[in-house]
Write a protein that binds this ligand. Structure first.
Ligand code: ACO
Length: 354
């Protein structure tokens, strides 16, 4: 048995490749550096959906249809919002997605891409007792999210973020989506599986705790002491370590570049870089058998904080980008027609105790 399925190849994909030794992420033949900050989110949706929907239009038309899908998502969300009010932002978004049709067409896919982008800002505003802002279908996807949040500027940074996290090999949530799609269930079911897996702190739930860590360190004023105490206690430092990367996660630097386009981030960035440097030294000293480097979540936290998202919404914003990868993988898996069904090793409890 291979614990955590480490090093097991469980799917063939044309979508993305994570080279953990070289620190390289390739999405449909393009290095991440050629996409983040260079292609729009909509262009990357087009890239990832190619070959999986017969009626996929050109990127400009796709951009227009996605804008329309946001408008429709808003109309559907409005009556649901009061019912979702008691839930945390992520759970509210998940509940609204669960009520969507479970088909496999391009319309179904775009509805699922549009929904988190509309729901997350609306749920954030509702929690602040503010009226939701309707989408503008003529706006770019990321810029519209910023608009719906009620902020000005930062659309380009969010666009680079959504592109950066759009797909990443067979990560836990994408695998969960593929397992569901392999049963020939619809795209909503596959996306809900991805949402469930993304939520945990070992995957997409880490950036909120990164902010908590930075705030605690800032309050204490001694990063080394805080980090030593956490590691002595057996805690994991959020935003560090990865199953595949044995070098720095290339997405960390893509996000750092996007973060620098937000002028309000300067002091916080300098402080976070100092914490990162001290954390990496401490991790190297203590975990000599495992290379632990900065992962995507460390700079995700800083970028989303600077872009004006509250920490409780960070994982939902991650889902806004990753939903595209889940859908493309779900289509790719379903088209193989092969059910994913591994085996377990039965270990009798009394034998184990003996
Ligand atoms: N802080 C402290 N120690 C760590 C960390 C960390 N962030 N990450 C791994 N380790 C240690 C483990 O404690 C373990 O030490 P041990 O051998 O002394 O027991 C060793 O490194 C190996 O850990 P595993 O859990 O086997 O490594 P795995 O490849 O499964 O871990 C993971 C990957 C889950 C991301 C891990 O690094 C982690 O928990 N990081 C913190 C949470 C985080 O940042 N999550 C976001 C990941 S990125 C994403 O999913 C989008």
């Amino acid at each position: 048995m291979n614990s955590g399925l480490e090093d097991i190849v469980a799917a063939e994909t044309v979508l993305s490749d994570v080279d953990g030794e070289a620190g390289r992420l390739t999405i449909r033949g393009h290095p991440l550096s050629a996409l983040a900050g260079r292609k729009t989110f909509e262009e990357v949706v087009h890239l990832l959906f190619q070959g999986f929907f017969d009626d996929l239009p050109d990127p400009d038309r796709l951009t227009a249809i996605l804008g329309q899908a946001r408008a429709e998502a808003f109309d559907r969300a409005l009556p649901l919002l009061p019912l979702l009010a008691p839930l945390p932002v992520y759970d509210g978004m998940r509940a609204a997605l669960a009520a969507m049709p479970d088909g496999v067409t391009l319309d179904d896919a775009l509805r699922l891409v549009a929904a988190p982008a509309v729901l997350i800002p609306a749920l954030i505003r509702q929690a602040r007792n503010e009226e939701p802002v309707a989408p503008d279908p003529a706006c770019g996807h990321a810029a519209d999210v910023v608009r719906m949040l009620g902020r000005e500027g930062g659309g380009a940074a969010l666009d680079a973020y959504l592109v950066t996290v759009s797909d990443h090999g067979l990560n836990a949530s994408t695998f969960a989506s593929r397992v569901v799609a392999s049963t020939q269930a619809g795209l909503t079911s596959a996306v809900l599986a991805g949402l469930g897996a993304l939520k945990g702190p070992l995957h997409g739930g880490a950036p909120g705790p990164v902010i908590a860590m930075l705030d605690e360190i800032a309050a204490e004023g001694d990063a080394r002491a805080w980090i030593d105490r956490a590691l002595n206690h057996g805690d994991r430092l959020m935003g560090f370590g990865h199953r595949i990367y044995r070098v720095r996660d290339p997405r960390a630097d893509a996000l750092k570049a996007a973060l620098k386009t937000l002028d309000r981030a300067d002091d916080r960035l300098a402080f976070a870089e100092e914490v990162e440097r001290i954390a990496l030294v401490a991790l190297r000293q203590r975990k000599q058998s495992r290379v632990i480097e900065t992962n995507v979540e460390f700079y995700t936290a800083l970028l989303l904080e600077a872009a004006g998202f509250p920490t409780e919404s960070f994982t939902g914003v991650f889902a806004m980008g990753r939903v595209v990868g889940w859908i493309a993988h779900a289509r790719e898996q379903a088209l193989t027609g092969r059910l994913i069904r591994p085996k377990s090793l039965y270990v009798e409890e009394h034998a184990r105790a003996a």
